[in-house]
Design a protein around this ligand. Sequence first.
Ligand code: SAH
Length: 407
Amino acid sequence: MLSPHSTLPTVLVRPGEADRLVAGHPWLYEGGVLRLTQPVTNGDVVQVKDHRQRFLGVGFYNSKSKLRVRLLSPDREPLDAAFFERRIRAALALRRKYLPGATSFRVVNAESDLLSGLIVDQYGDVLVLQTSSLGMDLRKPLIADVLQRVLAPCAITERNDSSGRRFEGLPEVHGLLAGELAGEVEVELNGLRFQVDLLGGHKTGLYLDQQVNHARVADLIRLTPNAQVLDCFSFVGGFGLSAAKAGAAHVHLLDQSEEALATARKHAEANGLADRCSFEAVNVFDWLKARTTRGPHEQLIAPFDAIILDPPSFTRTRSAVGDALRGYKEIHLRALRLLKPGGLLATFCCSHHVDAVTFQDVILSAAFDAKRTLRRVAVFQQSPDHPVLPAIPETEYLKGYAFEVIR
Ligand code: SAH
């Protein structure tokens, strides 16, 4: 029988480029392309072979992208509805295994689920699609059909407003793809109720990658009765409200976004936690600096039993890592000075370019300057619906630690 791909256009790969692809990394960069056997329409399926014509896999082609080919399978298989259904069901099975009982989670996390260019989040009965490659974008209707079949959602929306899309020649769009959706959706995460606006523009949804860590940090805070907690970079309250629910006496939430804090306040009320929470729209750097700056004879009072630091990525590029590390050091130095002896620091770094060892080194250097000694009590990573594939280093980005201040 003739292979279904015998007539596909072929992309030949330069010597030395094939090893990474064989090891499971799905990106063929423009510089790795030797030549095409025939012209290819952007977004179409191609087969990829090494310079000796050995078959490496099939994927989507785009001449406008630095990632010329996104490989989707190492096998000679059609990239049709049946293919997507198999991959999506496999991804779903993984979530049901490692996040049993969760009703909101990332169903498909692109490269982590061998579907480069596709992200699908589930918020209760609603699915949110993000397509970051042209090949995936063109197949939105097919993917939406498969999702209807597999998950039967009430609605599917698309949130394609990430700036990364312009590198693929794609416009920024968001809105409803299928079904009906009126207003906000109420979802449950770790037993807390959250309202999410899945039709709005930027900053919709929740940080699902922290779902497990919200609960784990809350469990640590529970060990200190009546804790005074500071949640820095709180967004809509994932960590802070979990801490309040776990029995903290008071949680102060800081975020520079008034909108995020208004939503956090609404969530606190909806969960009966408002009397134990306060909110302040402020730049965390400024706030920590003001609280830790004292005259020569003034003594600093350390008021907190627990501080959470969950900043945005301070760098998107390797070249800016130096500045990012100075930022991380600054907030740790000041946060450590505000913790009581025995207090807990739960801290996260979501920059792929800062690895866990480097991150801990920065924290240690801050502890040295703050004259504090730390005991590490927990190590965190992204929730299991954002799987890490070591063969694809880019899939690993979120790391975190909890430390107890010994003195
Ligand atoms: N901890 C949250 C996610 C935080 S995302 C959760 O688990 O859900 C990072 C947040 O930091 C965003 O809400 C953003 O508005 C806020 N932010 C970014 N820079 C800031 C700054 N300098 N000061 C205060 N907030 C900041």
